[in-house]
Write a protein that binds this ligand. Sequence first.
Ligand code: PMP
Length: 285
Amino acid sequence: MSQQIYINGEYFGRDDAKVSVFDHGLLYGDGVFEGMRIYGGKVFRLREHLKRLWDSAQAIALTIPISMDQMILDVNATVAKNDLENGYIRLVVTRGAGPLGLDPFRCSHPQIIIIADTIKLYPEEFYQDGLELVTASTIRNHPAALSPRIKSLNYLNNIMAKIEGLKAGCVEALMLNHKGEVAECTGDNLFLVRDGVLITPPVDAGILEGITRDVVLELAAQEKIEVREIAITRYDVYVADECFLTGSAAEVIPAVKIDDRTIGDGTPGPITRKLTAAFRKLVGQ
Ligand code: PMP
């Protein structure tokens, strides 16, 4: 069956799924989104993703025009229509079409788009052997300007850092915050292991509160691994025993090199492997 894309309660084939060129999502990045995984035909942590979507919308004063219960029904219906056992959901809410000019209040109909698809962010060998990172010179958005907690359609901050990473031959780049502390990567949260302790930057370091990050923190508690959510610097990454990244699309992926320094012994370490296995078990993969 061909792909069925949801727009405002109706389904369209891939070539017919279109939005207005006057949509402020396109014109200004004015909107919010979520990226979620489908495992075994079910959307993983759907309620948590929707909570974050609603919070992001609230932060930009965007009213999502349907209830959260209706959104759950619509997301699940889109998954069922596309007959996906394992896959990825992109849920987008834009400000909608309006006159040229920033004024969001002249856009009267927010657009809801649900795309069910597959995703393969990184090659399999990175999951086995680990990937390499580089620190971007582009810092993460200042929380008082555009909070990194808002998952908005304005991803240029991350894209600028991603360009730096790709130009340096790395698929991901580390981003620091305005204080020079480690924040996160362009599309993933970051974890370190040192002396058996799992370390990750706190939310006030200016990060997206990753759903996979939360899952890994829960798994670490179950595995009785000590966790510290503390501000860290690049030094801490350089001297870590292990490093890995988390994200809905990336899942859990080891990082073994940064800025030309080998992390630990240059292979995915035991705690990374333990948490990866626990994550895979949880999602039934
Ligand atoms: N940070 C950023 C900037 C992201 O875009 C994402 C999502 N791709 C993440 C972290 C990870 O969040 P999650 O685990 O909820 O996918």
